[in-house]
Design a protein. Structure first.
Length: 463
């Protein structure tokens, strides 16, 4: 009897040891990703050691996957309890991180929680989904913990992503309250793209493992070409127009420092025929999500934004970063340019300089000297629209609609081929689908009055 018990114990240990490695390989194959040096170090530290971990690595180096990959192996997918909380500074990063986890296909249930929508709706989803991992902003997580919507006693892992940004945005008191309300936390993971001089005392890190890859890998700026674009006038609108015309249909983010300036520039570009979306902290949550979604799926090729868009946007193919207003700090510049040259991609950043302005010295560190970008003269350039556009489909998960149902509907009823369909997101009550822009009129005409899985629905372009 003892022999069989010992044999069973050996089998369990073998299963626990080697199955996660197989899962890791399958996830990386599914994502078509090879781990970089930072991610390998993070995987080892989180998987094989027992202390807390601080990960310092440049923006765009893949920190979200770096902690999610090993963390998922430590969680019990059979439990209905929240075992890990991931604290983020913005709703965009909460949504983005949740999306990364879902793409990994681990089988773990997750939810994002943030302000700007009713906490009661989130509470209902928490009861329905029973997530093992929750991504959220500090204030909203405190709210759910206080109301016992999330049990504080079952949380074993606490991750604080963009730790430096959480402090910059004034979340110090909320994070301190959050950490004090989690008595069951065994391990903490902190991630940042910049190094803090001193961590607040309430963090209480134990047996700290520090992974500092801010300089151990080729810096992002080595993959970014830096350009100066001179504007003869203080008002840079016409210079921006000419620059975007010269960039064709490449994806570009235009950064400004003020909300009203974002709307002014966006309105001007639309008047000039560009297909754009805009984003700043004064918009409602749904507006921000829609703007980001249309940019990420290729339905617009110009995103006009404040520095809100410099964090939490993991869009691999942003070709150009345009500083309409100069960044207000070194960290602001770092996070702006981190939206391009993601992973091993290349990118460009443009400084539009008005009279008396010059490229900030902090942007020139590492010997990355700017080149003057000469705007084409005498050429009749035209606005090149993006290749894709977005459809709104008025049915979702609650109607038993899946991504496959939408593909079948668009192909059978709309006359599309699978190659003419891009990203599809199915929400509870509605769905978004990116399709080839040149096929839009045909699709809207052919699906009018048609049913999806026997259900009548609204299908229209998202503008």
């Amino acid at each position: 009897m003892r022999f069989y018990f010992a044999l069973l114990l050996v089998f369990i240990l073998f299963f626990r040891t080697f199955v996660p490695m197989k899962e890791k390989e399958e996830i990386l194959r599914k994502l078509d990703i090879t781990l970089n040096a930072m991610q390998e170090q993070a995987y080892q530290a989180i998987s094989e050691e027992t202390g807390d971990v601080v990960i310092l690595s440049p923006t765009g180096s893949g920190k979200t996957l770096a902690y999610l990959l090993p963390l998922c192996e430590q969680l019990d997918d059979l439990s209905d309890n929240v075992q890990a909380l991931v604290v983020v500074p913005s709703r965009e990063l909460a949504l983005q991180s949740d999306t990364v986890l879902k793409r990994m296909g681990t089988g773990l249930r997750s939810q994002s929680c943030y302000g700007g929508r009713a906490a009661m709706d989130e509470h209902r989803k928490l009861k329905d989904i029973k997530p093992q991992i929750v991504f959220g902003t500090p204030g909203r997580l405190n709210d759910h913990l206080q109301k016992q919507n999330i049990s504080p006693y079952q949380v074993r892992w606490l991750v604080i992503d963009e730790f430096d940004k959480c402090l910059e945005m004034g979340f110090l008191a909320e994070m301190e309250r959050l950490m004090k309300s989690l008595p069951g936390v065994k391990r903490r993971i902190l991630l940042s793209a910049t190094d803090a001089e001193e961590l607040p005392s309430f963090v209480r890190l134990n047996q700290l493992k520090r992974i500092d890859c801010l300089t151990c890998e080729p810096p992002t700026e080595e993959r970014i070409s830096l350009y100066e674009v001179y504007s003869p006038q203080k008002d840079k609108l016409d210079t921006l127009r000419q620059l975007l015309l010269s960039l064709g249909d490449e994806s570009s983010i235009v950064f400004l420092n003020y909300r009203d300036a974002v709307e002014r520039v966006n309105d001007y570009l639309k008047e000039q025929g560009f297909i754009t979306s805009y984003m700043h902290g004064g918009l409602e949550q749904r507006q921000r999500e829609a703007a980001l979604y249309r940019f990420s799926n290729g339905s617009v090729n110009v995103l006009v934004a404040t520095d809100l868009a410099s964090r939490g946007l993991d869009i691999p193919d942003v070709a150009n970063i345009i500083h309409y207003h100069l960044p207000e700090s070194e960290s602001g510049y770092i996070h702006r340019v981190g939206r391009t040259a993601r992973w091993d991609k290349l990118g460009r950043t443009f400084f539009i300089l008005g009279p008396g302005e010059e490229v900030p010295s902090s942007s020139l560190e590492g010997g990355n000297l700017p080149t003057e970008f000469t705007l084409p003269e005498g050429e009749e350039l035209v606005v090149k629209p993006p290749k894709m556009t977005t459809l709104y489909i008025g049915k979702g998960k609650k109607d038993k609609i899946s991504r496959g149902d939408i593909v079948g509907f668009l192909c059978k009823k709309g006359g599309l081929t699978p190659q003419q369909i891009g990203r599809i997101d199915v929400n509870d009550r509605y769905s978004y689908a990116a399709i080839s822009r040149e096929m839009l009129r045909q699709v809207l005409r052919q699906v009018q009055g048609e049913k999806i899985k026997g259900l009548k629905t609204i299908v229209e372009e998202v503008r």
